[in-house]
Every structure is written in C-alpha cells, then in structure tokens.
Design a protein around this ligand. Structure first.
Ligand SMILES: Nc1ncnc2c1ncn2[C@@H]1O[C@H](COP(=O)(O)OP(=O)(O)O)[C@@H](O)[C@H]1O
Ligand SMILES: [Mg+2]
Length: 257
C-alpha cells in the first residue's frame, strides 16, 4: 500500500494535464506536449477501459490513468499503470509477443508502447474452427509458460498475466494464431498447478487449461513458500515461563551466566 501512495504522489507531480474531458482530449494534449514528433498523425480512441485512457497515435498506443483515478481512488490504481510498463520492460527480449515500451511521460502520467497486430480473441473466436481454437490455446499456454520463465518467481510462485480474457489476447485474423498479449496492469503470482486460473474469463478457457496441462512440465514445480508470521516470544518471557514451571536455583542461574 505504501508503494501505491508513493506512486500517487509522483503521479500528481507529473500530471501536467488539465482536468480531463470525457474524450480524453487533455490526455492527448499532454502526450503531444512531450512527443511533438507525433503532431499530424491520426489519433484514435479504441473502446476505453474503466480505469485508463488508451489512445492510438500512428504506430503507437499511449496509456494513462483517467482523471478520476488520480483524485478519487488514491490508494491503489496508479500503481497498476506503473507496474504495466515495468513488466513490459522486463519482458523485452524474451521472444514473447508483447508490446515494446516506447516512452514514459516525464511531466504527465502516461507511457507509450508499440501497437500490436491482430484482432481481439473475443472477435476472432466467433469464426474459429475447433482445430483453430486448439492451436491458439497451445499458443496461449506457451505464452503463459514463457512469461512464467521470463520473470523471477516470488516465494516459489510464477508470474502470470492475471487478466487473459478475450480482449487482452490478440489473434492474427488470417492464421487464427496468437498475435499478441496486451494489458499487463494485473500481474500476479501462482503455483505451477494454479497458473491456468488466469484464463478463467477467456472464451478459450477449457482449451487453454487442457493445453497447459500437457505442457506445464516445462516449468519446475517450486514448492510455494508460505510466509507464516509468528510473534516469537521474547527471551525474558521464555525465562519467566521456565522459572514458573521449574524455579531456577542460584547454581542453575550461575550456569546461565
Ligand atoms: N499495444 C496495443 N496494441 C494494440 N491494441 C492495443 C494495445 N494496447 C491497447 N490496445 C487496445 O486498447 C484496448 C484497451 O487497452 P488495454 O491495455 O486492454 O486497457 P484496459 O486496461 O482499459 O483494458 C484493448 O482491448 C485493445 O483493443
Ligand atoms: Mg484490457
């Protein structure tokens, strides 16, 4: 929680944008102030998410929190935006089909990334044959394993893109194979057995679970480290308990010195 608060403070300092209009025109202005090279390119707002502005400009996609997030939900959301570009940067060079971060705003809170090809899985799914679904599911399972290998495990758990639903997975409309995975705002950690939970909202859920089951041996099964918080008794409390049960005589006390 502390980390989120710190990020929020940074976000306030960096938020050069004026109070934003509904269509994000001020967000666009803030991006253009820092990236004048984009002037004259076409800008397009795809369907907006609940938490952020997303705008396509030329070959890039820019993302940042909406105004209400900065002001009303002070405890957490900005941290997700910070995490997303950090995660994407960590995944660069791992051979996974994810966007490359192109810039991070200095005055306003946003980052840019490459625009990935493909149509959403939600859209592609409507016309996919059973074989195409199975092939795409294997691609997604490979992606999950690749990501789990690429990021350092935590407490024996593997990183996963927790939000692998149909709009965050892009499919090549011709081959119907995986083109890209986007939206790394929600990265969490799961055991090898539990990693496939990230496809719970995918139209390919059962196909991916089956594919993952046949491939998961590629990941070593770390025993998850369960952090147990114990309040250890203080040494004097132990001594006091001991003397209550078996009073110490001088000789024994002497031995202790
Ligand atoms: N790098 C990208 N390449 C192509 N399309 C993208 C990219 N990033 C976002 N989009 C499009 O914008 C939509 C919203 O972006 P996303 O990162 O999923 O934000 P949200 O957190 O609002 O879901 C996506 O469903 C996708 O259509
Ligand atoms: Mg999304």
């Amino acid at each position: 929680m502390e980390r989120y608060k710190t990020n929020l403070m940074q976000a306030f300092k960096r938020a050069a944008a004026k109070p934003e209009g509904r269509m994000g025109s001020d967000f666009l202005e803030a991006v253009l102030r820092e990236r004048p090279d984009l002037q004259g390119q076409r800008a397009y707002f795809p369907a907006q998410g609940e938490c952020g502005h997303v705008v396509f400009i030329g070959d890039e996609v820019f993302k940042g929190p909406q105004d209400w997030m900065l002001f009303d939900y002070k405890d957490q959301p900005v941290g997700d935006f910070d995490k997303e570009h950090e995660t994407l940067s960590q995944l660069q060079g791992c051979g996974l089909p994810v966007p490359r971060v192109t810039c991070v705003g200095r005055q306003a809170y946003f980052y840019g990334m490459t625009r990935m090809p493909g149509v959403t899985l939600t859209e592609a799914f409507k016309t996919m044959t059973d074989k195409e679904k199975r092939d795409a599911a294997f691609d997604i399972a490979d992606f999950m394993i690749g990501m789990a290998k690429a990021l350092p495990p935590q407490d024996g758990m593997y990183a996963c893109q927790e939000d692998l639903h149909g709009n965050n997975v892009l499919i090549d409309p011709k081959t119907k194979r995986l083109a890209a995975v986007i939206d790394f705002g929600v990265v969490s950690y799961a055991s090898r057995e539990d990693l496939a939970r990230c496809v719970s909202w995918s139209p390919l859920e059962f196909y991916v679970r089956a594919a993952y089951k046949s491939k998961k041996a590629a990941l070593p099964d770390h025993p998850a480290v369960v952090q147990q918080k114990q309040d250890l008794p203080k040494p004097l409390d132990v001594l006091e308990g001991f003397t209550r049960m078996s009073p110490l005589n001088n000789m024994k006390l002497g031995e202790c010195r």
